[in-house]
Design a protein around this ligand. Sequence first.
Ligand code: IPE
Ligand code: IPE
Ligand code: MG
Length: 253
Amino acid sequence: MTLKDQIDIHRLPRHIAIIMDGNGRWAQEKGQDRLYGHFHGVESVRNIVEGCAELGIEYLTLYAFSTENWDRPANEVTGLMELLVETIRNEVPTLNKNNIRLHVIGDMSMLPEYAQKALEEALSLTSHNTGLNLVMALSYSSRWELVNAVKKIAEDVQAGKVDAASINQDTLQKYLVTSELPDPELMIRTSGEYRISNFLLYQLAYAELYFTSTRWPDFRKEHLYEAILDFQKRERRFGKTSDQLQDEIPVNV
Ligand code: IPE
Ligand code: IPE
Ligand code: MG
């Protein structure tokens, strides 16, 4: 039985989030420039987006560029930004063919104008699609997102639109850039690093975390299936006891 066949399609994570890490080291290990790694990372993006769409995953969030990544050497930042924008632009026909809707989260004001325009175009050209939601985290960091949300809530409190005493988790959710997305249930990080690096800190509260030493440019559907199978073996307790969960399992399904 193939790995894919072993996956229980009735217990798929609705939302998978991936920290696509290890491009630079992958290239350097081959005696190449870091940008060579980013270039090959695009192949993995295509393969994994296709894999998620085939399985029927509803949301896939890819961490492509963090707020902190702006501090990398200028040639890497420029090269990476051009690659990301060009790729998104070129992939629009394929996204449409596969009914995939593109979303972008992050501080778009940091992006050069040509990039903002290209992204807006791609967002609008795929906005009618109803299959996989592909969320690109670009110039994104959780702390940026949370500070931004707090600022907007404070403004609305001041304007009398929000009552400070009634602020709860639902209120905060509405002010996050992920307000329309369910929380990720599975978070994958490639390249052997065991950290979150400012990615969806609030939303990952109960996500299952999966770390693999595979560098992102080597990551393919088979690796994704392994992560999903691992996810399906876990007991997600959400603070309850294992016994409580057994009691909750409905009979006859
Ligand atoms: C991930 O690969 C892509 C981005 C962060 C943009 P890296 O560029 O971080 O590669 P490593 O971690 O240095 O190998
Ligand atoms: C996280 O990777 C950001 C992306 C994958 C886009 P980094 O390579 O920037 O993270 P650190 O610096 O190793 O924590
Ligand atoms: Mg890295």
